[in-house]
Design a protein around this ligand. Structure first.
Ligand code: AOF
Ligand code: ZN
Length: 355
């Protein structure tokens, strides 16, 4: 299964909106076929592994990182192909919550007399497809907030100046997280202040994430760099206000949404993104948007790059939340992992639901 997960990771930047899936077919410790899903519309991991085996795999075991599919999607069902090949045992990391599959793949295999086991390396397989699994289970994408902070917890000077806090190694690492994302979400404040391009700059094939701007009053300049290159940009603004013709003419997709006192209705926006088959959303935005997402309970993961510098009083933190009245109001997080990138420390966290 570790090998199947390694294979699945080869599709990290390209399978969107499909999950990353790997498959190893083995006879005891002898591997006879390896495969992974490369892109939507292409063969699933199981089919690739069956094709890779150049002799009969009858009676052998298939290790798959996701429950084999039982439905006709863009391609025919993998369960049928595994049965036809005479696979005797299937070991699966996680069941597929896709309503078109949802246990039916495992059920059909069992009914046909295949020995089926699930849960092997499930944590690793969950992390690999956090977006796809969350979208299928909840109808909204996985949301990861990325932020670069100083040792004193600030993302900018009081003046707003923020280039560059994290070092080169961190900035290179961020590109990999962008490349695996379906969407990079930012706010109009960041667009007006920094005019970012938000492209994923990595080597090799990558399906560029959709850039999304939360822009209640449709202020995105038609001349912004976001609208200046081949990757797609979607602007979400107030459904009560007219969409500027110049914005559409500049190539932006415009999504009218509900806007309240705090700006764009973020739950509604995320749901609309899930309907467009968006799996992972990476938020690279200012304190207002990140704070609103956190307050609404819409943050699944936080990626912090902490640089060894002090930025002094008055600068913002990653999440605007106003002063707290008591310690009981603090937000608890759980550290998943800490890694060094050059002089910076990368901390990966998730909300701590025990509090
Ligand atoms: C697998 N192995 O490698 C993948 C699976 O439209 P299709 O035919 O590509 O089907 C996509 C769905 O199939 C996807 O939403 C997920 O439920 C499952 N993906 N299943 O057994 C694979 N990529
Ligand atoms: Zn399949």
């Amino acid at each position: 299964m570790a090998e199947a997960l390694r294979l699945a990771r080869k599709g990290l930047y390209t399978t969107d909106p499909n999950p990353r899936v790997g498959c190893v077919i083995a006879d005891g410790a002898q591997v006879s076929g390896r495969g992974w899903h490369q892109r939507a519309g292409g063969p699933h991991a199981e089919i690739a592994a069956l094709r890779d085996a150049n002799h009969s795999v009858r009676g052998q075991t298939a290790y798959v990182t996701l429950e084999p599919c039982s439905h006709h999607g863009r391609t025919p069902p993998c369960v049928g192909a595994l049965l036809e090949a005479g696979i005797a045992r299937v070991v699966v990391a996680v069941p597929d919550p896709n309503p078109a599959v949802a246990g039916e793949g495992l059920g059909q295999l069992r009914e046909s007399g295949v020995d089926v086991q699930t849960g092997l390396m499930a944590n690793e397989a969950e992390a690999l497809n956090c977006g796809f699994l969350t979208r299928m289970r909840t109808g909204r994408p996985w949301v990861r907030v990325k932020s670069a902070i100083s040792l004193d917890g600030r993302t900018a000077l009081r003046s707003g100046e923020s280039q560059w806090i994290s070092g080169e190694a961190s900035r290179r690492d961020v590109q990999h997280w962008r490349a695996r994302s379906s969407v990079i979400l930012t706010g109009i404040g960041t667009v007006l202040a920094d005019d970012p391009s938000l492209l994923a700059r990595v080597e090799g094939p990558v399906s560029q994430p959709l850039r999304v701007v939360a822009d209640s009053r449709w202020r995105t300049p038609p001349t912004s760099r976001l609208l200046d290159d081949p990757a797609q940009t979607l602007v979400a603004g107030d459904r009560e206000l007219p969409v500027p013709a110049a914005l559409k003419a500049a190539g932006a997709a415009c999504l009218p949404v509900t806007v309240g006192a705090g700006g764009v209705d973020l739950a509604e926006l995320l749901e609309a993104l899930a309907q467009r088959e968006i799996n992972e959303v990476q938020v690279e935005a200012g304190a207002q948007l990140c704070g609103s997402l956190l307050a609404a309970g819409l943050v699944d993961e936080i990626l912090i790059y902490q640089a060894p510098m002090l930025l002094g009083d008055g600068g913002p933190g990653p999440f605007a939340m106003g002063p707290l009245e008591s310690m009981a109001e603090r937000t608890h997080l759980k550290v998943l992992e800490t890694t060094h990138f050059g002089d910076d420390l990368r901390i990966r966290l998730i909300p701590d639901t025990r509090h």
